[in-house]
Ligand binder design. Structure first.
Ligand SMILES: NC(=O)c1ccc[n+]([C@@H]2O[C@H](COP(=O)([O-])OP(=O)(O)OC[C@H]3O[C@@H](n4cnc5c(N)ncnc54)[C@H](O)[C@@H]3O)[C@@H](O)[C@H]2O)c1
Ligand SMILES: [Zn+2]
Length: 362
């Protein structure tokens, strides 16, 4: 299967997202095409490097020295870990001609991206995302950053990459739970843009979980196409990009009240999408058919971590601290039918609590 090239436009320059099973082999050629060859530094995590590093090292031969390995996972996404990247870059005498390659999931991508945004006031960045979450979402769009002890992604920048290389074949080593977490983000794209993605997850579930490239590649490609189109139209999230936040208001709140320990991001978004659908249905803007479809596909993917011990009041309070609050107003994305969304700016605490109640949260 030939790789697909999707262009993203960004203020700092357009960049391609190359999607294809086996496309990793074209890394050297893609770096050369983009004029990124001179000085390369690869940053990855020990786990990812163990699984896929040798292949990358072989492809890049003598062009890279030893990789910079840093821990990943949400709890490692800190300024402390970031400092280790700077230190390695300085010790390697990386200058402004360096291109930093982030090989890993969303945590590696966000952290390495922020290092690239800030090291010497900005150097070039390439993403090679290795989780489904990172391939369909975090590697595209230029948002980079780290968490602060007081909140998620509070320190960051917009720093679009020069190239994103998404090879679904590298997902074959991904633990099932991580793969599933990424699928919830694909469901989101189904709700906000391409309903056939929801049908695909329903009909091709077994092949997807078996990491069959014939099933996985089109799902990744369509998801990348949607994300690329949306961020190209609205890089800085002043309007259209907010549609990507569907399910994320309650999702982020669930992650925050459980101290980022209980849920994979996608799992929290799964609950968040149900909450958003309930609110929309209650308002009469989300058709019952859409609510049913969202509930059905989420349920079908299997059980989620429990929520019944959580307090609705705490979750509601957490939504108010979210970055989606602009000048005190929460922009809440609702489905207006499969494939379309709109925003509500007047969702009340009571409506949020009613939606949470349908999920067993009081
Ligand atoms: N920048 C954005 O626009 C954006 C969008 C969505 C999510 N994010 C961020 O992405 C992060 C979540 O990303 P994630 O879900 O990829 O988590 P992650 O980066 O922590 O990766 C999850 C786990 O998978 C392992 N892993 C990675 N690739 C693997 C592979 N191929 N085989 C086996 N194991 C592998 C990692 O070692 C890690 O333990 C969050 O911090 C979130 O804020 C950012
Ligand atoms: Zn998300």
């Amino acid at each position: 299967m030939a790789a697909t090239r999707i262009e993203v436009t960004a203020g700092a320059g357009a960049y391609p997202v190359v999607v294809g099973a086996g496309a990793l082999d074209s890394l050297p050629a893609l770096l050369d095409d983009a004029g990124l060859g001179s000085q390369l530094v690869v940053v990855s995590s020990p786990i990812v490097w163990e699984l896929h590093g040798r292949r990358v090292a072989t492809l890049l031969k003598k062009r890279v020295k030893a990789p910079v390995l840093i821990p990943d996972g949400e709890r490692a996404k800190t300024l402390q870990t970031l400092a280790r990247i700077y230190e390695a870059l300085i010790k390697a005498r990386a200058d402004r001609s360096v291109t930093i390659i982030a090989l890993g999931g969303g945590v590696i991508g966000d952290m390495v991206g922020f290092a690239a945004a800030s090291y010497l006031r900005g150097v070039r960045l390439v993403h090679i995302p290795t989780t489904l979450m990172a391939q369909v979402d975090s590697a595209i769009g230029g948002k980079v950053g780290v968490n602060h002890a007081l909140g998620k992604n509070l320190i960051g920048a917009f720093h679009p990459p020069k190239l994103v290389l998404a090879d679904p074949a590298v997902l074959s080593t991904l633990p099932r739970r991580e793969f599933r977490a990424g699928l919830y983000e694909v469901i989101k794209y189904g709700v906000i843009a391409t309903p056939s993605l929801i049908t695909d997850i329903h009909t091709k579930r077994a092949a997807l979980f078996a990491h069959d490239a014939v099933a996985v590649e089109p799902v990744v490609r369509e998801s990348c196409r949607i994300k690329a189109a949306i961020v190209s139209a609205d890089e800085r999230e002043s309007g259209e990009r907010r549609t990507l936040n569907f399910g994320h208001t309650v999702g982020h709140a669930l992650e925050a009240v459980t101290d980022y320990r209980r849920f994979r991001h996608g799992e929290a978004v799964a609950y968040g999408m149900i909450a958003a659908a309930e609110i929309g249905a209650h308002r009469g803007v989300t058709p019952a058919r859409a609510l049913d479809a969202i509930r059905a596909v989420v349920t079908e993917l299997g059980p989620l971590p429990p929520v019944s011990d959580l307090r609705a009041s705490e979750i509601v309070a957490a939504t108010k601290r979210d970055k989606k609050v602009v000048s005190g107003t929460l922009h809440f994305v609702v489905s207006t039918g499969l494939g379309t969304t709109s925003e509500l700016t007047d969702v009340t605490d009571k409506e949020l609590k009613l939606a949470l109640k349908t999920m067993g949260i009081r």
